[in-house]
Design a protein around this ligand. Structure first.
Ligand SMILES: Cc1cc2nc3c(=O)[nH]c(=O)nc-3n(C[C@H](O)[C@H](O)[C@H](O)COP(=O)(O)OP(=O)(O)OC[C@H]3O[C@@H](n4cnc5c(N)ncnc54)[C@H](O)[C@@H]3O)c2cc1C
Length: 465
């Protein structure tokens, strides 16, 4: 169905982006053959590291003419196989488009290229007393373009929302090679369909984003982080919904089961506070008035104690806070280190259903004899569910994962949730999308993709079964 990349095409690509921006050697292609999904790999035939929207447009014109698939890529830190070139062809890397173009203090906006590492945006705007809240745990590795394509979230979603809530303007290149701009430094905009939101979460299947305008807010002046240990797993889960029910909206409420903390301890070779607890909650509160933040902190502490928390560790300065969050941010890496073969899901449910979800996951784990470690953004109902192979025989593992995956999805759906909260469908969940969306909607969505990309050269093999 697709043509192969031959020497003539490589030469033409070199003419577009420059000699050193085109990679063809197997060793150089290897890092672009996978993302962070364990065991998923497909080699591109060529990698092109674009430097501008105009170059992206010319790459698309060539790819259309030659019928070569194009897979956009940020940092390859995705967890759904989105940046893996399922049909070979060209990987179009945006990593070299990594400039912060403008921090506009008058309009509270920042304009960036797609390859900027998200954490660099945080640091740049915070130096100006401004705040870009979305904070995927991978923020020091992933790109803002990848965040937009995946609709990325993060711990602070509880209070501040996710990537889609901050994008005011975009420049994007369509598979036809046309360059389009949508929105601007605008807080309001209802001109036509919401084109920006259509591209957010489209997983690189509709267009390649080449410039982004993000809304900023003033940096909160006070922050308190609180690590709370629970002897009982269920008590920690119940505390999450109780805090929300008390009309307190912390910046973040992260849930970590004992096994996840233990894995990080082994990775970092250091002991976590409250090492023996069955589960931890990591709660962040912020605001501008110290007394108001302190008052919320008192209520949250009371609620934790009522649910059986024994103690708590409070961080009011950056080094202590970073120490606490290091344990949370390293969990995925630590679980991979512990069981190199594993499988990760990120189902989401209404917040009040977190206790039922966690209970259901335990039952599935016991029924199938697979160790499952849960952690994640409990405050917004999004739990990361890690299946670990450990020393199970390969055949047992291979046979057990699909039914566990499906049971987990059905559990989340039965609780009013859905199959992925922030990691996306990509190639790893596309078989299951009919569980979550009805046929009419899937067909409409396919129709939208075909409108953007009738030749289906952009990121084929993703989202739809
Ligand atoms: C340790 C770890 C922790 C994580 N924590 C979180 C978390 O807390 N929250 C969360 O939401 N995710 C999290 N993730 C998942 C991942 O980091 C996010 O999905 C992130 O947005 C991926 O960005 P990336 O630059 O690596 O994108 P890639 O993996 O390179 O690409 C992801 C998708 O975006 C497309 N794409 C990339 N750039 C563009 C562009 N410019 N235009 C159009 N399409 C593009 C690709 O084709 C692909 O489909 C985590 C991952 C890891 C490994």
């Amino acid at each position: 169905m697709y043509a192969k990349v031959d020497r003539r095409v490589v030469e033409e690509l070199r003419g577009i982006v420059g000699e050193d921006r085109v990679l063809v050697e197997e060793e150089a292609l290897e890092p672009y053959s996978h993302d962070e999904v364990v065991g998923l790999r497909a080699f591109p035939e060529v990698v092109v590291r674009a430097g501008s929207a105009a170059q992206v447009a010319r790459v698309f014109q060539l790819a259309q003419r030659e019928r070569i698939p194009v897979t956009p890529r940020g940092a390859g830190y995705g967890l759904s196989g989105g940046a893996v070139p399922a049909c070979g062809g060209i990987v179009l890397s945006l990593e070299k488009m990594d400039r912060i173009l403008e921090i506009d203090r008058k309009n509270l906006m920042v304009t960036v290229e797609p390859g900027v590492i998200t954490g660099n945006i945080h640091r740049a705007v915070e130096a100006e007393g401004l705040f870009y809240p979305p904070d995927p745990a991978s923020l020091d590795s992933c790109t803002i373009g990848g965040n937009i394509a995946e609709g990325a979230g993060g711990p602070r979603a509880v209070k501040y929302g996710v990537t889609k809530d901050y994008v005011c303007g975009l420049e994007a290149v369509l598979p036809s090679g046309e360059i389009v701009r949508a929105g601007g430094k605008l807080v309001k905009n209802v001109t036509g369909y919401n084109f920006i939101q259509l591209l957010i979460g489209s997983e690189g299947t509709l267009a390649v984003v080449t410039e982004i305008i993000l809304r900023l807010i003033p940096l909160p002046k006070v922050q308190i982080d609180l690590l709370v240990p629970f002897d009982d797993f269920q008590a920690a889960a119940d505390t999450v919904s109780d805090i929300i029910a008390h009309r307190i909206l912390p910046t973040a409420i992260e849930f970590m089961e004992r096994d996840s903390i233990r894995a990080v301890e082994r990775l970092l070779e250091k002991e976590a506070p409250f090492h023996d607890a069955a589960a931890h909650l990591l709660i962040q509160l912020d605001g501008n008035v110290p007394e108001a933040v302190d008052a919320e902190y008192e209520i949250v502490s009371e609620l934790c104690l009522e649910h059986g928390a024994q103690d708590g560790f409070v961080a009011r300065d950056r080094p202590t806070r970073d120490r606490l969050w290091e344990f949370r941010r390293k969990i995925i890496e630590a679980l991979k280190h512990e069981s190199p073969v594993n499988h990760m899901e990120d189902v989401v449910v209404p917040r009040a259903e977190i206790p039922a979800l966690l209970q259901g996951i335990r039952a599935i784990s016991a029924e199938h004899g697979i160790r499952i470690v849960s952690f994640g953004h409990a405050g917004d109902g999004n739990v990361h569910v890690n299946l670990l192979k450990d020393r199970l025989p390969a055949e047992f593992w291979a046979a057990a994962v699909p039914p566990v995956q499906e049971k987990l999805y059905r559990l989340a759906l039965s609780l009013g949730g859905t199959i992925t909260g922030e990691h996306g469908i990509g190639s790893v969940r596309r078989k299951y999308i009919p569980l979550a969306l009805d046929t009419a909607q899937i067909e409409l969505q396919r129709g939208i993709r075909d409108l953007f990309d009738p030749g289906r050269i952009l990121n084929p093999g993703k989202i739809f079964p």
